[in-house]
Design a protein around this ligand. Structure first.
Ligand SMILES: O=P(O)(O)O[C@@H]1C[C@H](O)[C@@H](CO)O1
Ligand code: GUN
Length: 312
């Protein structure tokens, strides 16, 4: 590992060790809070929040709905499980280099995190997914990864003792995915509230055109978002067990066929005008609003998963 990078990790870990009480210093579970989902931190007992700007190597999250701090605390009975939550993440589209995007994940690994629960807000591609449902991710499709420079492991190896060629066929932990469904059952969530599917990662910040949405659906993606995959890749490289929970905040606009102005004009000239379809667009406000409405479900689910993990 390059010496400067080692120094940055050491500086970050030193600051955390100087701030945190002993019982919070070695979190076992990490949580990444997606857009509008930072209220997850309200489950933490003995909570200590450390702003990103006090930690070397951390960027600043510039997206509305993302705070910029690490929250440490306990979840579960008795002594509880020590947990750290990232309240706000970094996206490549904000201009953060991929090394910065995944730096907090590597810090979590160095703190001792073994299980990582990543949440995000995502657009629904599969028409069977309701807005507000949570999708337990089974697999991903990462167009930016497949073509090169947006893969966080692209380039010279900063960690020579890690595998050069990381397998991702087992990226999504079966143990943690089972816990998600067991947790939903114990919380009496309706069956439709928790689904399974494949996450497509796109770089953003543009939302999909109808043709892009149709393409992603046709290649097997159920939801689409602008984050998460670099974190999964880095976490797997660090040897963590990972699960991803995507909150469907909107449906991606995919009309059955593209609107044809030619047909509309011809029909109009023939005196048989076709009804004009309403214009549908996605907005980040909509994403945040559903995040706000469903944050409590996500908080309960993640909390119960950790309580079940404590009993294993
Ligand atoms: O950080 P996440 O993936 O939860 O945020 C999603 C993707 C974009 O950052 C934003 C678009 O509305 O929400
Ligand atoms: N790419 C993408 N990301 C999202 N995040 C939340 N909704 C969406 C969406 O529709 N598309």
């Amino acid at each position: 590992m390059a010496q400067t990078q080692t120094n940055t990790f050491t500086a970050t870990l030193d600051v955390l060790a100087s701030i945190l009480p002993t019982h919070l210093r070695k979190p076992r579970v990490g949580i990444v809070c997606g857009s509008g989902l930072s209220t997850l931190a309200s489950s933490l007992r003995d909570k200590v929040e450390v702003p990103y700007n006090s930690l070397k190597g951390f960027g600043k999250s510039t997206v509305e709905g993302h705070k910029s701090s690490l929250a440490f605390g306990l979840i579960g009975e008795g002594d509880g499980v020590p947990v750290v939550a990232m309240l706000g993440r970094f996206h490549p589209y904000e201009g953060h280099p991929l090394a910065t995007v995944v730096y907090p994940i590597r810090v979590l690994a160095r703190l001792g995190v073994k299980h990582l629960i990543i949440t995000n807000a995502a657009g629904g591609l599969n028409p069977n997914l309701d807005v507000g449902s949570i999708v337990v991710i089974q697999d991903h499709l990462a167009l930016p990864n497949l073509t090169g420079p947006l893969n966080p492991l692209f380039g010279p190896q900063p960690f020579p003792d890690y595998p050069r060629f990381l397998p991702l066929s087992d990226a999504y932990s079966v143990t943690l995915r089972r816990l998600a469904f067991l947790a939903a059952h114990s919380l009496s969530f309706p069956d439709s509230a928790l689904q399974e599917g494949t996450y497509a990662w796109v770089s953003g910040p543009t939302y999909e055109t109808p043709a892009e949405g149709r393409f992603l659906r046709s290649v097997g993606a159920d939801v689409v978002g602008m984050s998460t995959v670099p974190e999964v890749v880095a976490a797997r490289e660090e040897g963590m067990e990972v699960t991803v929970l995507s909150l469907v905040t909107n449906k991606v606009v995919i009309p059955d066929k593209p609107r044809s102005i030619k047909e509309e004009v011809k029909a109009e000239l023939a005196g048989k005008p076709i009804p004009i379809p309403p214009t549908q667009v996605v907005s980040h406000e909509e994403v945040l609003e559903i995040g706000k409405q469903k944050a409590e479900d996500m908080r309960k689910l993640v909390t119960r998963m950790i309580e079940l993990l404590q009993k294993q």
